[in-house]
Design a protein around this ligand. Sequence first.
Ligand code: BG6
Length: 489
Amino acid sequence: MPSITVDCCTFALFGALGDLALRKLYPALYQLDRAGLLNSDTQILALARDAGEPQHYLGLISDALRQYVPANEHDDAVMARFEARLRYLRMDFLVEDDYRAFADATRDARQVIAYFATPAAVYGGICANLARLGLADITRVVLEKPIGHDLQSSRAVNEAVAQYFAETQVYRIDHYLGKETVQNLIALRFANSLFETQWNQNHISHVEITVAEKVGIEGRWGYFDKAGQLRDMIQNHLLQLLCLIAMDPPSDLSADSIRDEKVKVLKALESISPEQLSQRVVRGQYIGGTLGNKTVPGYLEEDNANAHSNTETFVALRADIRNWRWSGVPFYLRTGKRMQEKLSQIVIHFKEPPHYIFAPEQRALISNRLIIRLQPDEGISLQVMTKDQGLDKGMQLRSGPLQLSFSDTYPSARIPDAYERLLLEVMRGNQNLFVRKDEIEHAWQWCDQLVAGWNKLGDTPKPYAAGTWGPMASINLIARDGRSWYGDL
Ligand code: BG6
């Protein structure tokens, strides 16, 4: 039996037939049910605009569940219990009259969770309708990204929601915060004094954050082309990772203590002027190439592509944090589509010892690194220097890992999907894995200056072949500082 109890709620899923709902949200809710973490009275309202027989749409949801939940985690009894919680309601989210059935369905609710898996443009309209039905006091609203495409538009969305809901009722999703390994960053940093005492510019030379994906933009071209990799990944996921690595220790684990510290980091990010852009930021766009044994098309050759698009599918940049702890320690961020591997990892590079006593030719070897592997093969490895074994080796040095692989160390533990964790925390009313309004806004502000610089310079992305680690310029970006990306083949 689970050791936590979760209150009953009416889970209202706006955008119930979209890709996110089908691929991620129902499977996550099912997994919570399977783990005994959905209250037995919890109901799920699947809300979408599609007219027709509700049974047909419920069938689609059941099909998606069977497709996206791994076969060894299917449990017929749980499936049946889960399907019995579901009800499909057709409605146009902006039409007041369409909320009648919804009003009936929520009449006796004590807690409503309104999950907006819809374009942000309708968030305000849904909120107005929820408030009109008298649900404002008992509702938590969950906002999916993207929340706007720049500071101004994100403010407009947040303000529209804030007319009806207090910040304590708003849960902004960044699904990276729900990943087990990302939460582990907090444990690693603040439960191990070994690391925390070294976590500053006296001991760390630089930090790398890589989030590489093998997938391209298949089927999402329309959305992605308006966003690009900076808005789609850096503004949220990579800056959140940077914050978790760079923030000062919070005074406790409460949502606001953590978020206050993250905001301080975002505020301390040094701006990058248009004149510095070419040295500090690289944009790329993939062209056709080979991934595994497969030939894949370039970004401009994908279905529905505009062959003249200048949208970036790759960004590498050097971020500097202007504060006492991180002065002089660059954070190199890199993320792209159609890269050689799917890999999210953070590498903390420690400085050399202050006085060097070994053979001069081995000096380049000397460096401790902490490698935090977020996905796949989740784990942590600390590269340490040891002596090579053998009588003939003298004091020859070798770098080797102290390794913690989560799957080897906890073989029976299932790593939950990020959405399972996030949905559970919304139901428990715990906001610390969600992004506060000021965090989003500071992140936008920093990204907006990069976009403004690109626009001013008429910058165009540099091509890179699919299946590689990005444009040559991204290697030069870090090489200019006498460094290289860790582990690139
Ligand atoms: C999403 C982006 O937020 O994150 C996608 O919109 C990206 O473009 C995805 O593919 C990556 O998530 P994950 O969990 O697969 O690393």
